[in-house]
Write a protein that binds this ligand. Structure first.
Ligand code: ZN
Length: 309
């Protein structure tokens, strides 16, 4: 079997995580402690400092989400592997004749395999449940912080997307355009929670071709490069759009509303965060894809990290 560098790293990560989970439930408990954050603890302050406090809270929780998601994925793979092995060993045991000559050793080995699989699965179950519970707590904290962000959006920009002029929002959340970078500005102008979920499985055998930037509904979305905006409404993406630039194209999905189309400079408001399309009922977010040279999507995470908070 030939393993790519990424696969090798994944395997290494998986075995490390699982080893730690098996050895020390104490370490696990420390890693799992959800970062506490609540929208209600954010003091009444002018919009700028409030948004900064919300962003700091989101970064704290998101750092925990990144660690726990990696642990979760490693654990899921290991558990599924053990479950498959258990099923396979049990089926083979059933098919092996009990009293035929020479099968005693085989049956002994199979029984030992089943015992080991069951033992490992039993040991991993508490971690499985604990990580799940912590991730739930993390997302509750993120939702609370985004509710606080939503209150600032409403007070500054109005309840409906783009209801009021955006100048006071950008006074509170200044934006810098970095003309020398691949993506010149963060596509969401406001507090966000960003994790790298590129390549994660999605229903229907698809995979996640972008990153999700969780944010309050109505937060302005910006053109990451100078280019041409073309609305592309569709079932999955809801209010989606394509921004074509000199170096490739970006795909923005789940907007609550469009702001403008045609040629735009980098940093122009082109829409507002929402949960349209198949994001209905989920935390509002921008699904962002980057297609260099118009080809297949690449993981935009490093580019987003260089311009997003
Ligand atoms: Zn997405």
């Amino acid at each position: 079997m030939i393993l790519t560098g990424v696969e090798l790293r994944l395997r290494l990560l998986r075995s490390t995580v699982v080893a730690v989970l098996l050895v020390s439930q104490v370490t696990v408990a420390a890693w799992l402690a959800p970062t506490l954050a609540s929208g209600s603890v954010i003091p009444a302050a002018p919009p700028g400092p409030r948004l900064t406090t919300i962003q700091r809270g989101l970064e704290r929780v998101t750092a925990g989400v990144r660690v726990r998601t990696a642990m979760w994925m490693a654990l899921v793979q290991t558990v599924h592997g053990r479950q498959d092995d258990l099923r396979h060993a049990t089926a083979t045991m059933r098919q092996t004749p009990k009293h035929a000559p020479g099968t005693a050793a085989t049956l002994r080995q199979l029984r030992a395999r089943v015992r080991t699989d069951q033992h490992v699965l039993n040991r991993l179950l508490p971690s499985w449940l604990a990580i799940k519970a912590s991730l739930h707590a993390d997302y509750r904290a993120i939702k609370a912080l985004l509710r606080a962000s939503r209150r600032v959006v409403k007070a500054t920009l109005g309840g409906g997307p783009g209801e009021r002029p955006s100048a006071p929002w950008f006074a509170a959340w200044p934006v810098t355009v970095h003309a020398d970078r691949t993506l010149q500005v963060c596509p969401v102008a406001g507090p966000i929670s960003l994790t790298d979920s590129f390549g994660a499985p999605r229903p229907g055998g698809r995979f996640h071709e972008g990153n999700d930037l969780l944010a309050a509904r109505g937060t302005p979305e910006l053109a990451v490069q100078p280019g041409v905006v073309v609305p592309d409404p569709n079932t999955l993406g809801g209010n989606a759009l394509i921004l074509r630039s000199a170096t490739g194209y970006s795909y923005y999905a789940h907007l609550s509303a469009y702001a403008r189309s045609g040629f735009v400079p980098a940093g122009a408001v082109i829409g507002y965060v929402g949960a349209s399309g198949d994001a209905k009922g989920l935390i509002p977010h921008l699904h962002y894809e980057w297609h260099p040279a118009g080809g297949p999507a690449v993981d935009p995470f490093p580019f987003l990290q260089s311009v997003c908070p």
